[in-house]
Ligand binder design. Sequence first.
Ligand code: PGA
Length: 253
Amino acid sequence: MRTPLVAGNWKMHKTAEEARLLVADMLGGLQAVSGVEKVLCPPFTALLPVAAMLAGTDIGLGAQNMHWEAQGAFTGEISPAMVAEFARYVILGHSERRAYFGETDEIVNRKVHAALQHNLTPIVCVGETLEEREADLTAKVIRRQVSGALEGFTAEQVSGMVLAYEPIWAIGTGKAATAEEANRVVAEVIRGTLTERFGEAAAQAVRVLYGGSVKPHNAAEFFAQPDIDGALVGGASLKADAFVAIAAAAKQA
Ligand code: PGA
């Protein structure tokens, strides 16, 4: 049995002060949802205040990115150790990182290795663009992203990771994939690739989230799918009521 996981990706939203207000708004509601792992991923500058508010709760904290080197002359970057001081999770390879900041599968792979070295659970994002989808390249692209990100790991290491299938055309657009279609990609392409490379047990142990316009009104459909284990939520994670409702939907599923 895979424990459902609902993670909020705040992206570049919320100052530290605004983050405190948002967490205060959702804390009680989130804590009332049992049996679901809940994770908040605020921007770096809000990690410390949010960590203080989550201490002693069952709500996890994650970063949205990090560098792969332990330290060094990398002006403007944040190291894995800096993230691990406050957080247990890190989102890696988000499509916005790939599209706007030039992250390749190789860079994502280095970051995933760095995450494990620092006891961080990576939430590794994969997904196809609209053009790739229309050219019938979804399976090929996702296979390449999954294999690339997980190069050099053992089945045991992979088993503890979290993957997120986020079709790029569904992110922030209000156009979610249908739940059946998302489940098909997760089951056949993502778990299929994992089975080929790491074996059936690892492929079944990995939690795979769906992301892309998950809202309170559609969350339950995704969570009802057998191969989808939760959600990576962007826009709706910035609204306390909406995020709590999505977490509650994961519990019911
Ligand atoms: P969205 O973002 O929920 O706003 O579509 C999801 C994501 O990018 O992780």
